[in-house]
Design a protein around this ligand. Structure first.
Ligand code: SAM
Length: 454
């Protein structure tokens, strides 16, 4: 329950369309916590969520009646869903109004950790490529984990400063800048954001947002779309940033049609009349959020012909790997050191350009390493969309699934020796190797559940 909101924040909002001071204060005083998820259509169907309220602007979004202990749900670790604010899921609607899902779009999520927008983008663009970038190393590791669990092959995770994207001039069709911000939109669930809030921090955030945009802008193609968002209420980080973007870059504002029943507020920036979309928690069942979109008028289109800079897997290796995967489209296998990875063949040229210019933490799906006795499969393969589901597998109870995810020893009876996919609710969680006298647990140590599961 929040009794005292920063008075400077309230003052700054007085002239904003849709702002109601009393309702704003009241919604912060209430203990209401909205919980929503977005399911992964490659892993589960929405049928089992039929009883829950759907998020109207995302076909895969649902409100949960209460907040479960997500860490103790094996389905979360299997990448079956992502816990995401309903408002953030509006990115789907912005894309839907502007791009066919099958369009061969190359999208950049510049400020991507922990991966909410990137997983959404990778689901949305069925023939696209998503570059999920995070500048902070520790957060890039979390991003990599979430992207791996989501399991789509069409993602490259990078760990670069926005400025380094200048090397890929005119490369991206879509650039999402979900900017680091003062975080007032999350006050209800993040006490720290409230304690740390100050006008000077809003100013600092605004400057940082401007710098990020200036640094990375050139990597957006001519006619490409810039989508800017924050989880702040401050006009300085929202409508004033819309004006900043319209003043400093040759772009035009994009208007998004919003159903009036959604109660999303359209705002118009003061100086340049750009559109913005605000989510106030007393109007929309969500935490606070702001989004605006722009189309780039000027600029170039990336044309460098990059020579393949990845080593292809050998014919023998390919024959071995083919037993482990199943995918409807052509796939390329390539090697980084001894690890074999897979990427949709259509994305290999883009991947070469990205690898030549940025620090790539993860590309496509890691398949594993070929040793004397054949493939030692990577965890990523087990939870990916390209796993061959004809491989040996074992379905386990929730208790055993949690033991597996905690990297404890597990015992299973009557299973044939060898690499086996361990599944919960028919969804792969990872690999075990069954030996004559024991079962080895191959769940990644760094991702294991640390809390007590019993
Ligand atoms: N898009 C993410 C999602 O949907 O899950 C949330 C992104 S969060 C609002 C902003 C991110 O920007 C953080 O991960 C933060 O580490 C990163 N960041 C912080 N400073 C940055 C900078 N100077 N340039 C780019 N990104 C930065």
């Amino acid at each position: 329950m929040i009794e005292h909101l920063p008075p400077e924040l309230i003052t700054s909002l007085q002239n904003i369309t849709g702002f109601h001071e009393e309702r704003f204060k009241e919604v912060h005083r209430s203990d209401e916590l909205v919980t929503s998820i977005r399911i992964n259509p490659k892993k589960i169907s929405g049928e089992q969520f039929d009883a829950y309220a759907a998020i109207p602007w995302n076909p895969y979004g649902y409100y949960l009646p209460q907040r479960p202990m997500f860490t103790l749900d094996p389905l979360l670790h299997a990448g079956a869903y992502y816990v995401q604010e309903a408002a953030s899921q509006f990115l789907w609607e912005v894309l839907r109004q502007n791009y066919q899902r099958s369009a061969p779009v190359t999208a950049l999520d510049l400020c991507a950790a922990p991966g909410g927008k990137s997983t959404l983008l990778s689901t949305y663009f069925t023939n696209g490529l998503v570059v999920a970038n995070e500048v902070i190393k520790s957060r890039a590791a979390v991003l990599e984990e979430n992207i791996t669990k989501w399991g789509n092959m069409n993602v490259v995770v990078t760990n670069n400063d926005p400025q380094q994207f200048q090397r890929l001039e005119g490369f991206f069709d879509v650039m999402v800048v979900d900017a680091p911000c003062s975080g007032s939109g999350l006050f209800r669930r993040d006490n720290e954001a409230l304690e740390e809030w100050s006008i000077s921090n809003v100013e600092l955030c605004r400057k940082r947002q401007q710098r990020i945009l200036q640094d990375a802008y050139t990597c957006l193609k001519k006619e490409g779309m810039l989508i800017y968002s924050t989880c702040s209420y401050s006009p300085a980080e929202n409508e004033e940033m819309v004006d900043y973007i319209l003043q400093h870059f040759n772009v035009q504002p994009v208007r998004i049609a919003v159903d009036k029943d959604w109660n999303i507020t359209e705002t118009i920036s003061e100086a340049k009349q750009g559109y913005g979309y605000r989510f106030f928690p007393y109007a929309v069942r969500s935490e606070g959020f702001f989004v605006a979109a722009f189309l780039k008028n000027d600029g170039t289109v990336f044309t460098d012909s990059i020579k393949g800079n990845v080593a292809a897997a050998t014919t023998k290796e390919t024959a071995e790997i083919n037993k482990w995967i199943s995918y409807a489209r052509p796939v390329c296998f390539f090697k980084i050191k001894d690890t074999i990875l897979a990427m949709d063949a259509a994305q290999m040229q883009a991947l070469s350009a990205i690898r030549s210019n940025l620090y790539v933490k993860k590309a496509g799906v890691e398949i594993g390493e070929i040793k004397n006795k054949g493939l030692v499969p990577a965890h990523a393969l087990a939870v990916s969309e390209i796993l061959n589901h004809e491989l040996p597998s074992v379905e386990v109870s929730k208790e055993v699934a949690l033991d597996f995810l905690s990297r404890q020893e597990i015992t299973l009876e009557n299973i044939k020796p060898g690499w086996t996919v361990i599944q919960y609710n028919s969804l792969p969680l990872g690999w075990i190797k069954v030996l004559p006298a024991r079962v080895n647990n191959y769940y990644p140590v760094e991702w294991r559940i640390l809390m007590k599961t019993k």
